[in-house]
Design a protein around this ligand. Structure first.
Ligand SMILES: [Zn+2]
Length: 308
C-alpha cells in the first residue's frame, strides 16, 4: 500500500477489499496502527428478507426490550472491569511521573480501556445484527442521548437539580452505548433494505396500551405497569416497547406491505412516504424529494479495515 509522504507500507489484509478504494484512514491504537479503507461499489437496491416490524425500548435495567418479547441484558462492561481499572490507576499514582515504570503502567491502563471498548462494540454488534436480520422496520425512541448525558451539575447560571441522581443515570447512559447502538441499527437496516423510524419519546412509559389513559401513576415501580383507569397490568418495558412501535408505525403501517423499496417510486415530497413518518434521515438542505431514495443512493459504500 502506498501512502503519500510515508511511502510504501506492508499491512495485514484482514478481509477482501471490494470495490474502488476512495479514501484511507490511518489510526493509532494502544496495540498498533490500523488502516481502514472506504470503498465505493454499485449494489442492487436491497430488499429486506423479513416483513417484521418491532418497537424497541432502551433502558438501564434492561438494555433493549423488544415489543415482540425479546429482551437484551445490559453489558455493564465498564463496571465489570472498573475495579481493575481503579487499581491500575492507583498503582500509576504511586509511580514516579514519566519514569519507565510509569509509562508501562500507563500502557496497561490504555489496554484495559481498549478491552472495555471492544467488548462493548462486540456485544452491540451482536444485538443489532440479530434485530436487523429479523425485522424490516425498527421503531426506536428518539432519545436525545447527548442531552441526557450532559453534565448534571449545570453551570454557574443554571445549577443542576438532583445532581447525584442524574450523574448516576449519566454514567449508566454512557455505559450502555445507546447512540452507537442506534447508529449500528441504522446502517445495518440500510444495507438490508430495512428501515429505522425514530418515534417521539413522549409518555411511552406512562400510556395505557388498552385504554390510552396517560398518567405517571400508571408506572408506580420500575418493573410493573398498572393502569389506574382500566386495571391493565404488564411488564413496564414491554408496555413502552409496544407504545414505541405504535407511535412509529400506526400511521403508516397500512402503506407498507413487505417491500419497502417499492414504497416511494414517485419520490415526491409531501406524499405519504413512510420515510417522512419517521424522518430519521434528514432531508437534504434546500432540496425536496424522497428521503427513501436518498437513503438508497447513499448506501453504496462498504468498509474494509486491516491492521498493519
Ligand atoms: Zn388502561
Amino acid at each position: 500500500m502506498y501512502l503519500p509522504k510515508i511511502g510504501t507500507l506492508r499491512f495485514r489484509k484482514s478481509r477482501e477489499i471490494e470495490g474502488k478504494v476512495k479514501n484511507i484512514t490511518v489510526s493509532r491504537q494502544v496495540d498498533g496502527w490500523y488502516v481502514s479503507m472506504q470503498t465505493e461499489q454499485e449494489v442492487p437496491t436491497p430488499v429486506h428478507p423479513s416483513s417484521g416490524m418491532v418497537g424497541i425500548d432502551l433502558g438501564v435495567a434492561i438494555f433493549a426490550q423488544l415489543s415482540n418479547g425479546a429482551a437484551y441484558k445490559p453489558l455493564h462492561s465498564f463496571r465489570r472491569v472498573e475495579q481493575k481499572l481503579a487499581r491500575a490507576q492507583r498503582q500509576l499514582a504511586r509511580k514516579v511521573k514519566f519514569s519507565s515504570n510509569w509509562r508501562k503502567q500507563q500502557k496497561r491502563i490504555a489496554r484495559i480501556h481498549q478491552k472495555i471498548a471492544r467488548c462493548r462494540h462486540d456485544y452491540l454488534h451482536k444485538i443489532s445484527h440479530e434485530i436487523s436480520e429479523n425485522q424490516a422496520v425498527i421503531v426506536v425512541e428518539d432519545l436525545q442521548v447527548s442531552n441526557m448525558s450532559r453534565s448534571a451539575r449545570g453551570d454557574a447560571d443554571h445549577p443542576g437539580s438532583q445532581v447525584k441522581v442524574k450523574s448516576g443515570l449519566n454514567k449508566a447512559v454512557l455505559d450502555q452505548g445507546w447512540s452507537e447502538f442506534r447508529r449500528q441499527l441504522e446502517y445495518k437496516q440500510a444495507w438490508r433494505g430495512g428501515l429505522v423510524i425514530a418515534a417521539p419519546p413522549h409518555y411511552t412509559s406512562q400510556q395505557c396500551p388498552q385504554c390510552r389513559y396517560t398518567t405517571r401513576d400508571n408506572r408506580r415501580s420500575q418493573a410493573i405497569f398498572k393502569c389506574v383507569a382500566c386495571g391493565y397490568a404488564r411488564n413496564a418495558d414491554m408496555v413502552a416497547a409496544s407504545n414505541i412501535l405504535a407511535a412509529g408505525g400506526a400511521r403508516r403501517v397500512s402503506l407498507w406491505r413487505g417491500r419497502l423499496a417499492e414504497l416511494c417510486e414517485a419520490g415526491t415530497p409531501g406524499s405519504s412516504c413512510i420515510m417522512q413518518a419517521g424522518a430519521r434521515y434528514p432531508p437534504p438542505s434546500g432540496g425536496g424529494g424522497c428521503q427513501w431514495s436518498i437513503l438508497n443512493t447513499a448506501m453504496s459504500g462498504s468498509g474494509s479495515s486491516a491492521g498493519i
